[in-house]
Write a protein that binds this ligand. Structure first.
Ligand SMILES: [Cu+2]
Length: 333
């Protein structure tokens, strides 16, 4: 009897050490916010990325600023950029998920255009797509530079957008051709930063565009992310330094959903709506943004470690909009 109890106890303990794993790959069912049912083993919803599987590189995009070709005319700084639209590329936006992205300069989002308030900005737009496209910049410009009533035809059509940079802040740009929802959701957008004449304090600066993809064309996003690739910064934490000011230019361009948000763990940030205020409007760990809303976040971590950032709309986080900051000690000099 004692022997039987001992054997049972040993077997029971083995069960907990070596749990039966036959259901590890079992498909789980998720119900989306509009009632759609998704079945997945988790391989798609929480993928592991390798460099080989990423055609759009969120690490490169994060801290890459395009200041244009710079010259001086009558004492005024002129910055010239070239943006080329295409709409025939199919890219792997998540392992095994291929999607027809529409791109500015070959990526989603397009390049981050950066100038200083008062600079003269010239953007040569070339439409190499098969559909009509434009660029509509937010910010100050003349009516004929609005990218709404000046359609640029496919197959090499061109337009020169020219305006004085302003106001200082963070602004989106995007195609403004109908159906707008289709042109934006496929990826024709980017960020336009205008620095104030008196520069902001030195900081580790980065750009985060909150976006998503409707990969089954039901007017509902299947994936969410910061800078396009779902779960990317979860698997590739963004390294920042303890004690260093971090400044994030955040833009919500998400189509189909009413809101998006940005929650930071273990810390709070100063938030400057549209980046046009010189004093923050909030000291918070979460902001909520509708489509086109944007701002500047500033924060510093005083302790090393891993800290999450993600949409506090849980569904978005679970479908890709989540990441990590890896706070490291200062490098000793
Ligand atoms: Cu377009």
């Amino acid at each position: 009897m004692l022997f039987a109890i001992a054997v049972t106890a040993v077997l029971a303990s083995l069960y907990f050490v070596y749990p039966i794993s036959s259901d590890a790959k079992e498909e789980k069912t998720f119900v989306t916010h509009t009632g759609g049912v998704i079945k997945t083993s988790g391989d798609v919803l929480d993928p592991l990325y390798t460099a080989q599987t990423v055609e759009i590189d969120p690490d490169k995009y994060l801290r890459e600023f395009n200041y244009g070709r710079t010259s001086s005319v009558d004492g005024k700084t002129v910055r010239e950029y070239t943006i080329i639209a295409e709409d025939d590329k199919v890219m792997e936006i998540s392992p095994g998920v291929f999607y027809n992205v529409w791109t500015f300069n070959g990526t989603v989002p397009g390049p981050t255009i950066r100038a200083t308030e008062g600079d003269w900005v010239k953007v040569k737009f070339i439409n190499m797509g098969s559909k009509t496209h434009t660029i509509h910049f937010h910010g100050f410009h003349a009516a004929e530079m609005d990218g709404v009533f000046e359609p640029v035809g496919p197959g090499g059509g061109q337009f020169m957008y020219e305006f004085e940079a302003g106001p200082a802040g963070v602004h989106p740009y995007h195609c403004h051709v109908m159906p707008l929802e289709e042109h934006i959701s496929h990826g024709l957008y980017g960020v336009y930063i205008v620095d104030p004449k008196e520069p902001r304090p030195q900081a580790d600066e980065m750009v985060m565009v909150l976006n998503g993809f409707d990969t089954d064309f039901d007017a509902e996003n299947n994936f969410y992310g910061a800078n396009t690739i779902p779960f990317y910064y979860q698997h590739h934490p963004i390294q920042i330094k303890k004690g260093e000011l971090v400044r994030i230019y955040v833009v919500n361009i998400l189509e189909f959903d009413q809101i998006n948000n940005f929650h930071l763990h273990g810390n709070l940030y100063h938030y400057y709506p549209t980046g046009t205020y010189s004093v923050p409007s909030a000291f918070t760990d979460m902001i909520t943004l509708s489509q086109g809303e944007r701002g500047i976040m500033e924060f510093t971590y005083d302790t090393p470690g891993k800290f999450m950032f993600h949409a506090h709309k849980t569904e978005f986080a679970e479908k890709g909009w989540t990441g990590l900051f890896l706070v490291q000690d200062e490098v000793l000099q």
